[in-house]
Structures are given as structure tokens and as C-alpha cells.
Design a protein around this ligand. Sequence first.
Ligand code: NDP
Ligand code: 8X3
Length: 247
Amino acid sequence: MPTALITGATAGIGEAAARAFVAAGWKVVGTGRRQERLDTLKGELGDAFVPLTFDVRDEAARDAALASLSGDFAAIDLLVNNAGLALGTEAAQDADLAKWKTMVDTNITAMLSMTHKLLPGLIERKGAIINLGSVAGNYIYPGGNVYAGTKAFVNHFSLALRADLHGKGVRVTSIEPGMVETEFTVVRTGGDQQASDKLYAGVEPMTGDDIAETILWVATLPPHLNINRIELMPVNQDFAGFAVARE
Ligand code: NDP
Ligand code: 8X3
């Protein structure tokens, strides 16, 4: 069975994807900074799962971790660029520049670097890349600013990759979800679980499992078929919302 490398497997969508791929018979390399979470997942998933602890922004740590892989786990067929975050919902004029830089470094630069690193092997094996974009990259909401910008980059870069990989047999998909209840909003609010609970209350948001099943579906389609992009939302979320300021 093929091997998937899933970044951000310590929580939310990535953790659910690691479980879904192992259940479907894949070998999975799961990454994240929180080693204890990866160790727990390893205990649950067993031999089919290899944990790698590193910060995606640290290329040297990443390269050392990847160099420790052997056998089938070193021959990655699918890269799931999932690690990412939003920090803050302040208007641009009130925002913290350090948070903006962290989002750019994580959601854009680290995603690009990981893609660049694994691309030669993915081409050799006619593999696949699945990137976690977002509806935030397609529709504007106040306070989305840099997070939205990074996800627009992910959505668009995925399509651009397809053009360059034309004829190489490598599939690329941008998965663009709306509200998924994970640790995303706790992280975004600096640890405010109540704010997260309030945001999702009564919405019946999507779950990590919903998105994991979508990722697995995309990855297991016949190899001649490329899903370019998928946008998903909970039924109770939609994209209408022009704002007018009156004098
Ligand atoms: P979670 O906060 O639950 O999980 C985020 C994951 O990313 C964690 O495993 C975290 O691991 C990892 N991560 C973050 N920063 C780093 C870093 N510097 N180095 C290594 N790993 C990192 O969020 P979600 O599961 O919801 O988010 C996953 C992806 O889905 C993100 O790209 C997000 O933008 C996207 N998304 C989420 C939506 C939502 O509503 N939840 C909707 C649309 C897209 P650790 O902290 O252990 O390093
Ligand atoms: C996260 C989705 O709608 O919270 O990417 O911005 S949303």
C-alpha cells in the first residue's frame, strides 16, 4: 500500500486523516510539534504509523526528521500539506505584525518548502499532493486579512502546480473547507475555548473526520482522475455578505 506524509497530525483534520488513511491500509508519516500527541497516535495506530516531530518552519529539523525515514516510509506517494493556523481576528489596522508573519511562515513558506523538498520523489512515483486551503481564500470576511491571504495563496498555488506538473502523472488537489470544529479557533484566539465553543454553537460545523474522508476519497480515486479543488461548508454556513458603510 502507498505511503502518505500528513503534516499537522497532532490535532484536528490531520489527526483524523492519519487515522482514516491507516484504517484504509496506507502507511502514514504524521508530523507536528507536540511529540506527546504523536506518541499517543503511534500507540493507537501501530506499525503503519511513523511520527516525526518538527516545526514545519524549521527546514534543518525537517530534513533531519525526513532523513530518519526508511523502507516504504521513505518513499512518499502522497503529501498532505495540512499544518497551518490562523492567529487573531483583529482588523488589519489593529493587528499584530508578528502574528501575520507566523501565518505567512507556516501556511505559505513552510508549505512551499515541504512541497519543494518532496516534489522530485512525488514525480518519480507519480504521486499526489493535497493542500489544505480554505473558503477564507475565496470569500472575504472582516478580520480574515492575512489568514485569508495565505489560504488564497494555497488555493491558487495548488492550481499553478498542476500546470507545471502537466504530463508528469502527479495529481494535485486543493481542499477548501469552511467551518470545521477542531483546535483551529482555540489557536486563533490564543487559547480561548469558550470563544471557540461560542463560534460553533448551534452551527453543526464540519468535523475533522468529514475532511479526512474527503482527503481519503480524493487520494483513492483512479490515477487518471484529478480533482482540482473542492470547497465544502456546513449547511448552516454560506458565503453571502457584502457590507455597506453609510455616511
Ligand atoms: P488544528 O489547530 O486542530 O490543527 C493544526 C495542526 O497544524 C496541528 O497538528 C499543529 O501541530 C499543526 N501545526 C501548526 N503550526 C505548526 C508548525 N509551526 N509546525 C508544525 N506543525 C504545525 O487545526 P485544523 O485541523 O482545523 O487545521 C488544519 C488545516 O486546515 C490548517 O491548514 C487550516 O488552515 C485548515 N483549515 C481549517 C479549517 C477549520 O475551520 N478548522 C477550515 C479550512 C481550512 P502542532 O501544534 O503540534 O505543531
Ligand atoms: C477556516 C475557515 O471559515 O473559519 O479556514 O475562515 S473559516
